[in-house]
Design a protein around this ligand. Sequence first.
Ligand SMILES: [Zn+2]
Length: 404
Amino acid sequence: MKHGALIDTLLEHGPTSRIELSRLTSARQPTITRWINELIEAGLVVEVGQEHDNNGMGRPRSLIDLNADAGYVVALHIGERQVKAGLVNLKGKVVYQEIFRSEAADPPFAAHVLEEAIKATRAVLSRRTWPGSLLGVGVSTAGIFDPGSGAIGIHSFTKGCVGLVPVRELLARNFGEPIEIDTDNWAIAIAERLFGSRFNNFILIIVDEGIGAAAVLNGRVFKGKGYAGEIGHLPVHIVPGVAQTAFVCPFCGQRSCLSCWVCTKNILAKIRQATGIGTLEEVLVAAADRKQPLVEAIFAETAEALASVCVPIVDMLHPDAVVLVGPIISEPDVVRRVQDYLQVHSFAASRGIKVMASELGADSELIGAAGLVFNKLLGADLELQAGRGWAHAVNKVKEVKRWA
Ligand SMILES: [Zn+2]
């Protein structure tokens, strides 16, 4: 935990002097110096230069920073139709990635695509000499993770968890421990806390093929009894404008759940019906051009539906921010409209809240997967018995293990 607190501070502030680290962590300077020496010995932090006092007088101070390439996490995101595989360094940067698409609609999360992704990642690891160690394997998924069996599947309202693929077993055979697996709403929220906007209290909402949310409270993801954040099928009560929604949700059977309104597939179908514009890329270009009133109107409805569901959540928790993730969030108007709606309809938000796109960008799923491993190593999540994981990582770095 001591090293974790220091590394967390370096993630937030970048290159920092020992005296400043002592102030930021409230640890005494001799203690900080000892921790830093241990981390330097482990190869996890490095001296990156010097700074002078404001007046340029006095001895220059060395600046300490994380050694981004001291370690990597194998990151995998398992979606319904594709698997993304990558390597993420200690600063949360994706240094390699590849996408493996599945044509099969049934069963979802096809095991053969995952095996292909694992094979390719192993090949990348062995092709090059990487400067750091393999710290672990992180998996985020759009599906449901069953911690008991280590399998990933999809949730059916009538049949429970179906289409299970034994992901943990597959990864253990190929990479060894530690392996961290979780749903992408929680994984991305953890990564946003570590590598993104770093708020201590925020709501994160993924708006993609599926909808998921996470609440980070006092720096920790709140999981409840296991399904906290599954807001995709909350009923939405807004007046349909341009395109009276004709979708019946295949999961919950409602005509006006949040997924009916905001999942990417349904937005694209509505826009295609209204304008003939077909692909996501074309839709985003049309939205940015501001020359297609119907596209703008559908985006406005989408933002309103999303914001209407945010109101009770924001009023209940009054977080620092609502962080949005997903392809349509790259259209800045969506973020602005959600902010405006909350300003008018939420009591808490009228007293200050920030609505923003995730700072993780397009790689959020992979950084999220890696975030699960880093979070354990940093000891930020006590439920995961972090201290042991961190010691394990430090030992591995001390071995200066190479993947040649
Ligand atoms: Zn639904």
